[in-house]
Design a protein around this ligand. Sequence first.
Ligand code: SF4
Length: 553
Amino acid sequence: MSDPVVFNRRDFLKLAGVGAAAALSGCAERPTERLIPYLIAPNDIVPGVPYWYASTCRECPAGCGVLVKTREGRAIKVEGNPAHPLGQGALCARGQASLQGLYNPDRIATPLAKEAGAWRAIGWDEALKRAAEKLGQAVRDQHGVALITEHAPGSFERLVADWALAAKGTRLVYEPFAFESVREANRRTFGIAALPSYDVGRARMVISFGADFLETFGAPVDQARGFAAMRARPESGFFVAVEPRLSLTGANADQWIAARPGGEMALALGMAHVILAEGLGSGDTSMHEAVAPYDPEAVEKQTEVPADTVRALARRFAKSRPSLAVAGGVATQSEQSVALVAAVNLLNQVAGNIGDTVRFDRTLNFDAVAPFHEVQRLIETMAAGKIDVAVVHGANPVYAAPAWAGFTAAFDKVQYRISLSGMMDETTDRCDLVLPSLHALETQGDVESVAGVHSILQSSMKPVPAFDARPAGDTLIALARAAGFGSFPATGPNTSRPSGSPSTSASAAVSPGPRSGIARSRAAGCGRWRRRPSSSGTGRRRSRRRPSRGAAA
Ligand code: SF4
Protein backbone atom coordinates (compact mmCIF):
# COMPACT_ATOMS: atom_id res chain seq x y z
CA MET A 1 0.00 0.00 0.00
CA SER A 2 1.43 3.38 -1.04
CA ASP A 3 1.78 6.25 1.41
CA PRO A 4 -1.04 8.77 1.29
CA VAL A 5 -0.09 12.13 -0.31
CA VAL A 6 -0.30 14.79 2.36
CA PHE A 7 -0.29 18.55 1.59
CA ASN A 8 -0.21 21.11 4.29
CA ARG A 9 -2.34 24.25 3.71
CA ARG A 10 0.58 26.46 2.62
CA ASP A 11 1.76 23.97 0.00
CA PHE A 12 -1.75 23.63 -1.36
CA LEU A 13 -2.16 27.40 -1.75
CA LYS A 14 1.22 27.66 -3.51
CA LEU A 15 0.27 24.92 -5.94
CA ALA A 16 -3.12 26.51 -6.58
CA GLY A 17 -1.42 29.81 -7.44
CA VAL A 18 1.18 28.22 -9.69
CA GLY A 19 -1.43 26.05 -11.42
CA ALA A 20 -3.68 29.00 -12.17
CA ALA A 21 -0.76 31.06 -13.50
CA ALA A 22 0.39 28.20 -15.76
CA ALA A 23 -3.11 27.63 -17.12
CA LEU A 24 -3.66 31.27 -17.91
CA SER A 25 -0.25 31.96 -19.41
CA GLY A 26 -1.02 29.73 -22.37
CA CYS A 27 -4.00 31.73 -23.60
CA ALA A 28 -3.26 35.40 -22.86
CA GLU A 29 -0.40 37.79 -23.43
CA ARG A 30 -1.31 40.08 -20.57
CA PRO A 31 0.43 39.46 -17.24
CA THR A 32 -1.47 36.77 -15.44
CA GLU A 33 -3.05 37.40 -12.10
CA ARG A 34 -2.53 34.93 -9.32
CA LEU A 35 -5.55 33.15 -8.04
CA ILE A 36 -4.82 34.44 -4.56
CA PRO A 37 -3.72 38.12 -4.67
CA TYR A 38 -1.61 37.89 -1.54
CA LEU A 39 -0.06 34.44 -1.82
CA ILE A 40 2.79 35.81 0.24
CA ALA A 41 1.03 38.53 2.14
CA PRO A 42 2.76 41.71 3.36
CA ASN A 43 3.66 41.51 7.02
CA ASP A 44 0.95 43.88 8.14
CA ILE A 45 -1.86 42.36 6.07
CA VAL A 46 -4.08 40.13 8.13
CA PRO A 47 -6.24 37.92 5.92
CA GLY A 48 -9.89 38.62 6.56
CA VAL A 49 -9.30 42.06 8.08
CA PRO A 50 -10.43 44.88 5.79
CA TYR A 51 -8.41 48.00 4.98
CA TRP A 52 -10.29 51.25 4.34
CA TYR A 53 -9.09 53.98 1.99
CA ALA A 54 -10.43 57.51 2.29
CA SER A 55 -11.14 58.93 -1.16
CA THR A 56 -13.67 61.00 -3.11
CA CYS A 57 -16.65 59.83 -5.17
CA ARG A 58 -16.30 60.81 -8.83
CA GLU A 59 -19.66 59.55 -10.08
CA CYS A 60 -20.95 63.14 -10.22
CA PRO A 61 -19.46 66.61 -9.60
CA ALA A 62 -20.73 66.81 -5.99
CA GLY A 63 -17.56 65.06 -4.75
CA CYS A 64 -18.78 63.31 -1.60
CA GLY A 65 -16.18 61.75 0.67
CA VAL A 66 -16.03 57.97 0.63
CA LEU A 67 -14.33 55.13 2.46
CA VAL A 68 -13.43 52.21 0.22
CA LYS A 69 -13.29 48.84 1.93
CA THR A 70 -10.64 46.51 0.54
CA ARG A 71 -9.88 42.90 1.31
CA GLU A 72 -6.62 41.31 0.19
CA GLY A 73 -5.98 44.07 -2.35
CA ARG A 74 -9.48 44.25 -3.84
CA ALA A 75 -12.07 47.02 -3.33
CA ILE A 76 -15.27 45.32 -2.19
CA LYS A 77 -17.50 48.09 -0.80
CA VAL A 78 -17.85 51.87 -0.87
CA GLU A 79 -19.39 53.78 2.02
CA GLY A 80 -19.79 57.45 2.94
CA ASN A 81 -17.00 59.04 4.97
CA PRO A 82 -18.39 60.40 8.27
CA ALA A 83 -15.39 62.75 8.67
CA HIS A 84 -15.74 64.35 5.23
CA PRO A 85 -17.60 67.67 5.13
CA LEU A 86 -19.51 66.66 1.98
CA GLY A 87 -21.97 63.91 2.66
CA GLN A 88 -20.76 63.38 6.24
CA GLY A 89 -21.09 59.62 6.00
CA ALA A 90 -23.96 59.42 3.50
CA LEU A 91 -23.65 58.11 -0.05
CA CYS A 92 -26.27 57.96 -2.80
CA ALA A 93 -27.11 54.87 -4.84
CA ARG A 94 -24.84 56.04 -7.63
CA GLY A 95 -21.86 56.29 -5.29
CA GLN A 96 -22.68 52.90 -3.79
CA ALA A 97 -22.72 51.43 -7.30
CA SER A 98 -19.31 52.81 -8.30
CA LEU A 99 -17.78 49.35 -7.86
CA GLN A 100 -19.97 48.18 -10.75
CA GLY A 101 -18.01 50.52 -13.03
CA LEU A 102 -14.68 49.34 -11.63
CA TYR A 103 -15.29 45.63 -12.30
CA ASN A 104 -17.58 46.10 -15.33
CA PRO A 105 -16.56 43.42 -17.85
CA ASP A 106 -17.51 45.83 -20.67
CA ARG A 107 -14.70 48.23 -19.79
CA ILE A 108 -12.38 48.85 -22.72
CA ALA A 109 -9.51 46.41 -22.22
CA THR A 110 -6.84 47.81 -24.58
CA PRO A 111 -6.27 50.78 -26.89
CA LEU A 112 -8.47 50.51 -29.97
CA ALA A 113 -8.17 51.86 -33.50
CA LYS A 114 -11.07 52.06 -35.93
CA GLU A 115 -10.24 50.48 -39.26
CA ALA A 116 -12.82 50.11 -42.04
CA GLY A 117 -15.55 50.92 -39.52
CA ALA A 118 -14.51 48.19 -37.04
CA TRP A 119 -12.48 48.38 -33.84
CA ARG A 120 -9.09 46.66 -33.70
CA ALA A 121 -7.07 46.19 -30.52
CA ILE A 122 -3.59 47.74 -30.70
CA GLY A 123 -0.77 48.27 -28.23
CA TRP A 124 -0.16 51.47 -26.27
CA ASP A 125 3.03 52.35 -28.19
CA GLU A 126 1.28 52.20 -31.54
CA ALA A 127 -1.79 54.02 -30.22
CA LEU A 128 0.27 56.89 -28.76
CA LYS A 129 2.29 57.11 -31.98
CA ARG A 130 -0.82 57.39 -34.14
CA ALA A 131 -2.41 59.99 -31.87
CA ALA A 132 0.80 62.02 -31.51
CA GLU A 133 1.29 62.18 -35.29
CA LYS A 134 -2.17 63.60 -35.84
CA LEU A 135 -1.89 65.98 -32.89
CA GLY A 136 1.59 67.18 -33.77
CA GLN A 137 0.52 67.91 -37.35
CA ALA A 138 -2.58 69.83 -36.21
CA VAL A 139 -0.64 71.87 -33.65
CA ARG A 140 2.18 72.71 -36.09
CA ASP A 141 -0.22 73.72 -38.85
CA GLN A 142 -2.53 75.47 -36.36
CA HIS A 143 -5.43 73.55 -37.83
CA GLY A 144 -7.39 73.41 -34.64
CA VAL A 145 -7.35 71.06 -31.67
CA ALA A 146 -10.29 70.68 -29.28
CA LEU A 147 -10.07 69.08 -25.83
CA ILE A 148 -13.48 68.19 -24.39
CA THR A 149 -13.46 66.91 -20.81
CA GLU A 150 -15.83 66.16 -17.96
CA HIS A 151 -16.07 68.50 -14.97
CA ALA A 152 -13.25 67.34 -12.66
CA PRO A 153 -12.32 70.30 -10.43
CA GLY A 154 -8.81 70.08 -9.02
CA SER A 155 -5.31 69.53 -10.39
CA PHE A 156 -6.58 67.53 -13.36
CA GLU A 157 -8.65 70.47 -14.58
CA ARG A 158 -5.55 72.70 -14.36
CA LEU A 159 -3.56 70.17 -16.39
CA VAL A 160 -6.32 70.15 -19.00
CA ALA A 161 -6.20 73.96 -19.19
CA ASP A 162 -2.38 73.94 -19.59
CA TRP A 163 -2.57 71.19 -22.22
CA ALA A 164 -5.15 73.05 -24.32
CA LEU A 165 -3.14 76.27 -24.01
CA ALA A 166 0.07 74.55 -25.12
CA ALA A 167 -1.75 72.98 -28.08
CA LYS A 168 -3.19 76.41 -28.95
CA GLY A 169 -6.51 74.60 -28.93
CA THR A 170 -10.02 74.98 -27.60
CA ARG A 171 -10.80 73.58 -24.19
CA LEU A 172 -14.38 72.73 -23.28
CA VAL A 173 -15.40 71.43 -19.84
CA TYR A 174 -18.73 69.84 -20.63
CA GLU A 175 -21.24 69.21 -17.81
CA PRO A 176 -24.89 68.45 -18.70
CA PHE A 177 -26.12 69.62 -15.25
CA ALA A 178 -24.36 72.97 -15.27
CA PHE A 179 -27.04 74.93 -13.32
CA GLU A 180 -26.49 77.79 -15.72
CA SER A 181 -29.68 79.70 -14.98
CA VAL A 182 -29.09 79.48 -11.22
CA ARG A 183 -25.54 80.77 -11.60
CA GLU A 184 -26.61 83.54 -13.97
CA ALA A 185 -29.46 84.67 -11.68
CA ASN A 186 -27.08 84.74 -8.72
CA ARG A 187 -24.64 86.81 -10.76
CA ARG A 188 -27.35 89.35 -11.54
CA THR A 189 -28.84 89.50 -8.04
CA PHE A 190 -25.80 88.98 -5.79
CA GLY A 191 -22.85 89.48 -8.15
CA ILE A 192 -21.67 85.87 -7.60
CA ALA A 193 -22.05 83.50 -10.55
CA ALA A 194 -22.14 80.38 -8.42
CA LEU A 195 -24.37 77.68 -7.01
CA PRO A 196 -24.63 78.26 -3.25
CA SER A 197 -24.83 75.52 -0.66
CA TYR A 198 -28.28 75.05 0.86
CA ASP A 199 -28.42 74.25 4.56
CA VAL A 200 -31.58 72.14 4.49
CA GLY A 201 -30.86 70.77 7.94
CA ARG A 202 -31.12 74.20 9.58
CA ALA A 203 -34.35 75.22 7.84
CA ARG A 204 -37.67 74.99 9.66
CA MET A 205 -39.57 75.23 6.39
CA VAL A 206 -38.41 74.41 2.86
CA ILE A 207 -40.24 75.31 -0.32
CA SER A 208 -38.93 73.89 -3.57
CA PHE A 209 -39.82 75.45 -6.92
CA GLY A 210 -39.09 72.42 -9.10
CA ALA A 211 -35.69 71.68 -7.51
CA ASP A 212 -35.33 67.92 -7.06
CA PHE A 213 -32.80 68.49 -4.30
CA LEU A 214 -33.13 64.92 -2.98
CA GLU A 215 -32.28 63.46 -6.42
CA THR A 216 -29.98 65.36 -8.79
CA PHE A 217 -29.99 69.08 -7.94
CA GLY A 218 -26.86 70.57 -6.35
CA ALA A 219 -25.24 68.25 -3.80
CA PRO A 220 -28.07 65.73 -3.32
CA VAL A 221 -26.41 63.58 -0.67
CA ASP A 222 -25.59 66.57 1.52
CA GLN A 223 -29.09 67.97 1.03
CA ALA A 224 -30.78 64.60 1.71
CA ARG A 225 -28.78 64.27 4.93
CA GLY A 226 -29.90 67.77 5.90
CA PHE A 227 -33.49 66.89 5.03
CA ALA A 228 -33.32 63.84 7.31
CA ALA A 229 -31.92 66.04 10.10
CA MET A 230 -34.75 68.54 9.57
CA ARG A 231 -37.32 65.77 9.81
CA ALA A 232 -35.67 64.23 12.89
CA ARG A 233 -36.15 67.34 15.02
CA PRO A 234 -39.04 67.21 17.52
CA GLU A 235 -40.77 70.07 15.70
CA SER A 236 -40.26 68.48 12.28
CA GLY A 237 -39.66 71.00 9.50
CA PHE A 238 -42.37 71.60 6.92
CA PHE A 239 -41.68 70.89 3.24
CA VAL A 240 -43.70 72.25 0.31
CA ALA A 241 -43.03 71.13 -3.28
CA VAL A 242 -44.22 73.39 -6.11
CA GLU A 243 -44.06 71.39 -9.33
CA PRO A 244 -46.54 70.25 -11.95
CA ARG A 245 -45.12 66.72 -11.99
CA LEU A 246 -44.76 64.78 -8.75
CA SER A 247 -41.05 63.96 -8.48
CA LEU A 248 -39.39 61.72 -5.90
CA THR A 249 -38.46 64.87 -3.99
CA GLY A 250 -42.07 66.08 -4.23
CA ALA A 251 -43.32 62.73 -2.94
CA ASN A 252 -41.54 63.52 0.35
CA ALA A 253 -43.39 66.83 0.75
CA ASP A 254 -46.02 67.70 3.34
CA GLN A 255 -47.80 69.80 0.74
CA TRP A 256 -47.61 69.40 -3.02
CA ILE A 257 -48.75 72.35 -5.11
CA ALA A 258 -49.25 71.59 -8.79
CA ALA A 259 -48.94 75.17 -10.03
CA ARG A 260 -49.48 75.84 -13.71
CA PRO A 261 -46.19 75.16 -15.58
CA GLY A 262 -44.34 78.48 -15.79
CA GLY A 263 -46.29 79.90 -12.83
CA GLU A 264 -43.57 79.26 -10.23
CA MET A 265 -42.08 82.76 -10.57
CA ALA A 266 -45.42 84.46 -9.94
CA LEU A 267 -45.98 82.29 -6.86
CA ALA A 268 -42.56 83.20 -5.40
CA LEU A 269 -43.18 86.90 -6.00
CA GLY A 270 -46.71 86.59 -4.57
CA MET A 271 -45.28 85.12 -1.36
CA ALA A 272 -42.72 87.95 -1.18
CA HIS A 273 -45.57 90.44 -1.74
CA VAL A 274 -47.54 89.08 1.26
CA ILE A 275 -44.46 89.00 3.52
CA LEU A 276 -43.62 92.62 2.71
CA ALA A 277 -47.23 93.86 2.80
CA GLU A 278 -47.83 92.31 6.22
CA GLY A 279 -44.42 93.34 7.63
CA LEU A 280 -43.41 89.73 8.36
CA GLY A 281 -39.96 89.84 6.76
CA SER A 282 -36.42 90.61 7.79
CA GLY A 283 -37.00 94.35 7.53
CA ASP A 284 -35.70 94.76 3.99
CA THR A 285 -38.58 96.60 2.28
CA SER A 286 -36.63 97.91 -0.70
CA MET A 287 -38.29 95.32 -2.95
CA HIS A 288 -41.86 96.33 -2.14
CA GLU A 289 -42.34 98.18 -5.40
CA ALA A 290 -40.96 95.32 -7.50
CA VAL A 291 -43.51 92.85 -6.14
CA ALA A 292 -46.48 95.24 -6.01
CA PRO A 293 -48.27 93.69 -9.05
CA TYR A 294 -48.15 90.23 -7.48
CA ASP A 295 -50.96 90.36 -4.94
CA PRO A 296 -52.44 86.91 -4.16
CA GLU A 297 -55.50 87.41 -6.39
CA ALA A 298 -53.32 88.28 -9.40
CA VAL A 299 -51.10 85.30 -8.62
CA GLU A 300 -54.12 82.99 -8.51
CA LYS A 301 -55.00 83.99 -12.08
CA GLN A 302 -51.47 83.22 -13.30
CA THR A 303 -50.82 80.01 -11.39
CA GLU A 304 -54.20 78.46 -10.51
CA VAL A 305 -53.02 78.41 -6.87
CA PRO A 306 -55.82 79.82 -4.63
CA ALA A 307 -55.07 83.26 -3.15
CA ASP A 308 -55.65 81.92 0.37
CA THR A 309 -53.00 79.25 -0.22
CA VAL A 310 -50.52 81.93 -1.35
CA ARG A 311 -51.17 83.92 1.85
CA ALA A 312 -50.91 80.84 4.09
CA LEU A 313 -47.65 79.76 2.48
CA ALA A 314 -46.12 83.23 2.80
CA ARG A 315 -47.07 83.61 6.46
CA ARG A 316 -45.75 80.19 7.40
CA PHE A 317 -42.53 80.77 5.41
CA ALA A 318 -41.84 84.08 7.16
CA LYS A 319 -42.64 82.79 10.63
CA SER A 320 -40.59 79.57 10.29
CA ARG A 321 -37.28 81.39 10.22
CA PRO A 322 -34.76 80.19 9.18
CA SER A 323 -36.60 78.93 6.15
CA LEU A 324 -35.35 78.06 2.68
CA ALA A 325 -36.65 78.47 -0.88
CA VAL A 326 -34.87 76.62 -3.72
CA ALA A 327 -35.46 76.85 -7.46
CA GLY A 328 -34.06 74.38 -9.96
CA GLY A 329 -34.77 71.26 -11.95
CA VAL A 330 -37.37 71.34 -14.69
CA ALA A 331 -38.68 74.74 -13.55
CA THR A 332 -35.37 76.31 -14.59
CA GLN A 333 -35.38 74.93 -18.13
CA SER A 334 -37.69 77.54 -19.66
CA GLU A 335 -36.98 80.98 -21.11
CA GLN A 336 -38.02 82.44 -17.74
CA SER A 337 -35.57 80.35 -15.74
CA VAL A 338 -33.24 83.19 -14.76
CA ALA A 339 -36.21 85.36 -13.74
CA LEU A 340 -37.60 82.49 -11.62
CA VAL A 341 -34.34 82.01 -9.71
CA ALA A 342 -34.06 85.79 -9.22
CA ALA A 343 -37.61 85.80 -7.81
CA VAL A 344 -36.74 82.98 -5.40
CA ASN A 345 -33.59 84.89 -4.39
CA LEU A 346 -35.81 87.86 -3.61
CA LEU A 347 -38.11 85.64 -1.51
CA ASN A 348 -35.11 84.35 0.47
CA GLN A 349 -33.84 87.90 0.87
CA VAL A 350 -37.08 89.32 2.31
CA ALA A 351 -37.36 86.30 4.63
CA GLY A 352 -33.78 86.82 5.87
CA ASN A 353 -32.37 83.48 4.61
CA ILE A 354 -29.40 84.75 2.59
CA GLY A 355 -26.21 83.95 4.49
CA ASP A 356 -28.13 81.64 6.81
CA THR A 357 -29.65 78.69 4.92
CA VAL A 358 -28.41 80.01 1.54
CA ARG A 359 -24.63 80.21 1.81
CA PHE A 360 -22.27 81.73 -0.71
CA ASP A 361 -19.13 80.95 1.29
CA ARG A 362 -19.35 77.27 0.28
CA THR A 363 -20.29 77.42 -3.38
CA LEU A 364 -20.15 74.40 -5.65
CA ASN A 365 -17.11 74.75 -7.89
CA PHE A 366 -18.45 75.17 -11.43
CA ASP A 367 -15.95 77.87 -12.42
CA ALA A 368 -14.44 75.95 -15.34
CA VAL A 369 -17.69 74.53 -16.71
CA ALA A 370 -18.47 75.93 -20.15
CA PRO A 371 -21.73 77.84 -20.53
CA PHE A 372 -23.90 76.48 -23.31
CA HIS A 373 -23.08 79.31 -25.69
CA GLU A 374 -19.45 78.08 -25.63
CA VAL A 375 -20.66 74.58 -26.46
CA GLN A 376 -22.57 76.06 -29.40
CA ARG A 377 -19.49 78.00 -30.52
CA LEU A 378 -17.42 74.80 -30.61
CA ILE A 379 -20.21 73.02 -32.50
CA GLU A 380 -20.13 75.80 -35.12
CA THR A 381 -16.33 75.58 -35.38
CA MET A 382 -16.41 71.82 -35.82
CA ALA A 383 -19.26 72.03 -38.33
CA ALA A 384 -17.21 74.51 -40.36
CA GLY A 385 -14.39 71.93 -40.60
CA LYS A 386 -11.99 74.06 -38.55
CA ILE A 387 -11.06 71.38 -36.00
CA ASP A 388 -8.61 68.72 -37.19
CA VAL A 389 -8.23 66.75 -33.96
CA ALA A 390 -10.64 66.39 -31.04
CA VAL A 391 -9.70 64.68 -27.77
CA VAL A 392 -12.55 63.67 -25.46
CA HIS A 393 -12.24 62.54 -21.86
CA GLY A 394 -15.08 61.65 -19.47
CA ALA A 395 -17.72 63.66 -21.33
CA ASN A 396 -20.37 62.16 -23.58
CA PRO A 397 -21.90 65.10 -25.46
CA VAL A 398 -23.14 62.92 -28.37
CA TYR A 399 -25.56 61.44 -25.84
CA ALA A 400 -26.10 64.38 -23.47
CA ALA A 401 -26.21 67.46 -25.72
CA PRO A 402 -29.69 68.29 -27.02
CA ALA A 403 -30.28 66.90 -30.51
CA TRP A 404 -31.24 70.32 -31.90
CA ALA A 405 -27.76 71.67 -31.07
CA GLY A 406 -26.24 69.45 -33.78
CA PHE A 407 -23.22 68.24 -31.82
CA THR A 408 -23.15 64.77 -33.42
CA ALA A 409 -23.15 66.00 -37.02
CA ALA A 410 -20.48 68.60 -36.22
CA PHE A 411 -18.32 66.07 -34.33
CA ASP A 412 -18.42 63.77 -37.36
CA LYS A 413 -16.75 66.54 -39.39
CA VAL A 414 -13.62 66.53 -37.20
CA GLN A 415 -10.87 64.76 -39.13
CA TYR A 416 -9.44 62.70 -36.25
CA ARG A 417 -11.18 61.98 -32.95
CA ILE A 418 -9.48 60.47 -29.91
CA SER A 419 -11.33 59.21 -26.84
CA LEU A 420 -9.78 58.70 -23.42
CA SER A 421 -12.87 56.96 -22.10
CA GLY A 422 -12.81 53.66 -20.27
CA MET A 423 -16.24 52.69 -21.65
CA MET A 424 -17.61 52.49 -25.19
CA ASP A 425 -20.13 55.32 -24.84
CA GLU A 426 -21.88 57.12 -27.71
CA THR A 427 -19.12 59.73 -28.20
CA THR A 428 -16.30 57.18 -27.99
CA ASP A 429 -18.07 55.01 -30.56
CA ARG A 430 -17.78 57.85 -33.11
CA CYS A 431 -14.04 58.27 -32.51
CA ASP A 432 -11.10 56.94 -34.51
CA LEU A 433 -8.84 55.97 -31.62
CA VAL A 434 -9.43 54.99 -27.98
CA LEU A 435 -6.79 55.33 -25.27
CA PRO A 436 -8.65 53.87 -22.27
CA SER A 437 -8.42 55.56 -18.88
CA LEU A 438 -8.48 54.07 -15.42
CA HIS A 439 -11.53 54.11 -13.17
CA ALA A 440 -11.59 56.70 -10.37
CA LEU A 441 -11.15 53.98 -7.74
CA GLU A 442 -7.82 53.07 -9.40
CA THR A 443 -6.61 56.66 -9.71
CA GLN A 444 -4.72 59.16 -7.56
CA GLY A 445 -5.61 62.82 -7.69
CA ASP A 446 -7.41 65.58 -5.89
CA VAL A 447 -10.81 67.24 -6.04
CA GLU A 448 -12.13 70.65 -5.03
CA SER A 449 -15.83 70.31 -5.80
CA VAL A 450 -16.86 72.93 -3.23
CA ALA A 451 -14.91 76.12 -2.70
CA GLY A 452 -12.56 75.56 0.20
CA VAL A 453 -12.97 71.77 0.42
CA HIS A 454 -9.89 69.92 -0.78
CA SER A 455 -10.24 66.16 -1.04
CA ILE A 456 -7.77 63.55 -2.10
CA LEU A 457 -8.62 60.91 -4.65
CA GLN A 458 -6.58 57.85 -3.87
CA SER A 459 -6.51 54.50 -5.55
CA SER A 460 -7.88 51.88 -3.24
CA MET A 461 -6.24 49.11 -5.22
CA LYS A 462 -3.93 48.52 -8.15
CA PRO A 463 -5.70 48.67 -11.53
CA VAL A 464 -7.84 45.66 -12.34
CA PRO A 465 -5.39 43.53 -14.34
CA ALA A 466 -7.95 42.60 -17.00
CA PHE A 467 -7.89 46.16 -18.36
CA ASP A 468 -4.79 47.73 -19.90
CA ALA A 469 -5.79 51.33 -19.11
CA ARG A 470 -3.76 54.35 -17.99
CA PRO A 471 -4.45 57.49 -15.95
CA ALA A 472 -5.96 60.15 -18.21
CA GLY A 473 -3.48 62.79 -16.99
CA ASP A 474 -0.52 60.58 -17.88
CA THR A 475 -1.99 59.91 -21.32
CA LEU A 476 -2.47 63.63 -22.02
CA ILE A 477 1.11 64.33 -20.97
CA ALA A 478 2.47 61.45 -23.05
CA LEU A 479 0.58 62.78 -26.07
CA ALA A 480 1.91 66.32 -25.60
CA ARG A 481 5.49 65.10 -25.18
CA ALA A 482 5.29 62.80 -28.20
CA ALA A 483 3.61 65.48 -30.33
CA GLY A 484 6.19 68.04 -29.26
CA PHE A 485 4.17 70.79 -27.64
CA GLY A 486 4.22 72.22 -24.12
CA SER A 487 6.56 71.21 -21.35
CA PHE A 488 5.09 68.72 -18.94
CA PRO A 489 6.52 66.46 -16.22
CA ALA A 490 6.64 62.75 -16.86
CA THR A 491 3.46 61.96 -14.92
CA GLY A 492 0.23 63.81 -14.32
CA PRO A 493 -1.74 64.79 -11.24
CA ASN A 494 -4.07 61.82 -11.50
CA THR A 495 -1.76 58.92 -11.79
CA SER A 496 -2.33 55.35 -10.70
CA ARG A 497 -0.29 53.48 -8.19
CA PRO A 498 3.07 52.78 -9.89
CA SER A 499 3.34 49.18 -10.96
CA GLY A 500 5.37 47.11 -8.56
CA SER A 501 4.92 49.61 -5.77
CA PRO A 502 3.33 48.69 -2.49
CA SER A 503 -0.41 48.99 -2.39
CA THR A 504 -0.30 52.28 -0.52
CA SER A 505 1.81 55.39 -0.88
CA ALA A 506 3.42 57.47 1.80
CA SER A 507 0.72 60.10 1.52
CA ALA A 508 -2.18 57.70 1.69
CA ALA A 509 -4.61 58.00 4.55
CA VAL A 510 -5.24 54.39 5.31
CA SER A 511 -5.90 52.24 8.26
CA PRO A 512 -6.81 48.64 8.79
CA GLY A 513 -10.36 48.34 10.01
CA PRO A 514 -11.03 46.56 13.25
CA ARG A 515 -12.54 43.14 13.07
CA SER A 516 -16.01 44.63 13.33
CA GLY A 517 -15.43 46.07 9.87
CA ILE A 518 -15.86 49.69 10.97
CA ALA A 519 -13.10 52.05 9.92
CA ARG A 520 -11.08 53.76 12.57
CA SER A 521 -11.96 57.41 12.60
CA ARG A 522 -8.43 58.59 11.86
CA ALA A 523 -8.47 56.71 8.58
CA ALA A 524 -10.96 59.22 7.33
CA GLY A 525 -8.60 62.15 6.84
CA CYS A 526 -9.74 63.09 3.37
CA GLY A 527 -11.22 66.47 2.55
CA ARG A 528 -11.34 69.58 4.68
CA TRP A 529 -12.69 73.08 4.74
CA ARG A 530 -9.89 75.47 3.94
CA ARG A 531 -11.02 78.12 6.39
CA ARG A 532 -12.30 75.83 9.09
CA PRO A 533 -9.81 73.08 9.78
CA SER A 534 -11.39 70.42 11.91
CA SER A 535 -9.94 69.76 15.32
CA SER A 536 -10.63 66.04 14.99
CA GLY A 537 -7.67 65.38 12.79
CA THR A 538 -9.56 65.68 9.53
CA GLY A 539 -7.15 66.15 6.69
CA ARG A 540 -4.24 64.52 8.49
CA ARG A 541 -2.48 62.02 6.36
CA ARG A 542 -1.18 58.85 7.76
CA SER A 543 0.28 55.62 6.62
CA ARG A 544 0.49 52.64 8.85
CA ARG A 545 1.93 50.33 6.31
CA ARG A 546 5.42 49.48 5.22
CA PRO A 547 6.27 48.60 1.64
CA SER A 548 4.84 45.22 0.96
CA ARG A 549 6.72 42.19 -0.20
CA GLY A 550 3.49 40.66 -1.36
CA ALA A 551 2.60 39.45 -4.79
CA ALA A 552 -0.49 41.61 -5.15
CA ALA A 553 -1.71 41.58 -8.70
S1 SF4 B 1 -24.03 62.76 -4.97
FE1 SF4 B 1 -22.11 62.21 -3.96
S2 SF4 B 1 -22.26 59.97 -3.67
FE2 SF4 B 1 -23.82 60.52 -5.19
S3 SF4 B 1 -22.77 60.25 -7.16
FE3 SF4 B 1 -22.52 62.40 -6.59
S4 SF4 B 1 -20.53 62.47 -5.55
FE4 SF4 B 1 -21.17 60.31 -5.60
